[in-house]
Design a protein around this ligand. Structure first.
Ligand SMILES: Cc1ncc(COP(=O)(O)O)c(C=O)c1O
Length: 233
C-alpha cells in the first residue's frame, strides 16, 4: 500500500466544503519571546475533533451502491461520533457504531445525537472490535477505519498538516498526540510541504511505559484509569 502527499492533497480538496478550517490560536501563556506556541483548535469541529476529516474523506469516496448499503465503525469516542456526523452530512441512512458493552451513556448519546445507531458488543474494546468487524462483514457494510489501516482515514487526518502550514508557514515543529493515524497523515503532508519541519509525538507517561515495557499489560493493570490529556472524552 503506498501513501504519499497526493493522497492528503486530494483529501483536502474533497473534504474542504464539509469541515471547518479551525483556528490556529497562539497561546498567551506558553512562549517566551523567542519561541511562540500555537494550538490547532480541532475541538471546534462540529463533532468536536479532527476525526471528522478521515471519516469524511473515506465516506466521500464510496460508490453510490456502497453508500446505500451503509457504513459502520467500532469506536466509542471521537471517531464514533464523527462517523455518525459524517453520515448525516452525506445523507448516508444506514450508519452503525459498535461500542463495547458498558460504554458510558454520555458517549452513546453523543454518537446517537447525529443519527447513527449504536450497537453494544463484547466485554472489552478488543472483543467489540472482533465481533464488530465480523458483524460489518456479514451485513455488507463499509468499515470506516479509525486510524491505522486505511490511507483514506489517515490521509484525511493529514489535511491538518496542509491547513496549519497555510495558516502559519513559519511553524518549525508540530507536536501530535498519538495514536497512529493522525501523526502519520500530518507527518507525510508537512514533510512534503516543508522538508525540514520537525514532527514530535506526544505520549502520556503511561503510554511511554506501556510501549517500552516487556510486560505492557502489567502497566495497564497497575494504572488502568490514570487520566490523560489526550484521551478521547
Ligand atoms: C482527541 C484525540 N487526539 C488524538 C488521538 C490519536 O489519534 P490517532 O489514533 O489517529 O493517532 C485521538 C484518537 O482517538 C483523539 O480522539
Amino acid at each position: 500500500m503506498t501513501f504519499d502527499f497526493n493522497e492528503v492533497r486530494a483529501a483536502y480538496e474533497r473534504i474542504r466544503p464539509y469541515v471547518r478550517k479551525t483556528l490556529l490560536e497562539e497561546s498567551f501563556y506558553l512562549g517566551d519571546g523567542e519561541r511562540r506556541y500555537f494550538f490547532k483548535l480541532e475541538s471546534l469541529q462540529r463533532a468536536k475533533s479532527f476525526k471528522i476529516r478521515g471519516a469524511l474523506n473515506k465516506m466521500l469516496t464510496l460508490t453510490a451502491e456502497e453508500a446505500a448499503r451503509g457504513v459502520a465503525t467500532v469506536s466509542s469516542g471521537n471517531h464514533g461520533s464523527s462517523v455518525s456526523y459524517a453520515a448525516s452530512l452525506l445523507g448516508i441512512q444506514n450508519a452503525k457504531v459498535i461500542v463495547p458493552e458498558g460504554t458510558p451513556q454520555s458517549k452513546i448519546d453523543r454518537i446517537r445525537y447525529f443519527g447513527a445507531e449504536v450497537l453494544q458488543m463484547g466485554k472489552s474494546y478488543d472483543e467489540a472490535h472482533r465481533l464488530g468487524l465480523d458483524y460489518i462483514r456479514r451485513h455488507g457494510l463499509t468499515y470506516i477505519d479509525a486510524y491505522y489501516d486505511d490511507p483514506k482515514s489517515y490521509g484525511g487526518q493529514g489535511t491538518i498538516g496542509i491547513e496549519l502550514l497555510e495558516q502559519n508557514p513559519d511553524i518549525d515543529t508540530i507536536v501530535v498526540p498519538i495514536g497512529g493515524g493522525l501523526i502519520t497523515g500530518i507527518a507525510v503532508a508537512a514533510k512534503a510541504l516543508k522538508p525540514d519541519i520537525r514532527i514530535a509525538e506526544l505520549l502520556t507517561r503511561l503510554q511511554m511505559e506501556f510501549e517500552r515495557s516487556r510486560e505492557p499489560w502489567e502497566v495497564l493493570t497497575r494504572a488502568p484509569n490514570e487520566p490523560a490529556i489526550q484521551l478521547a472524552l
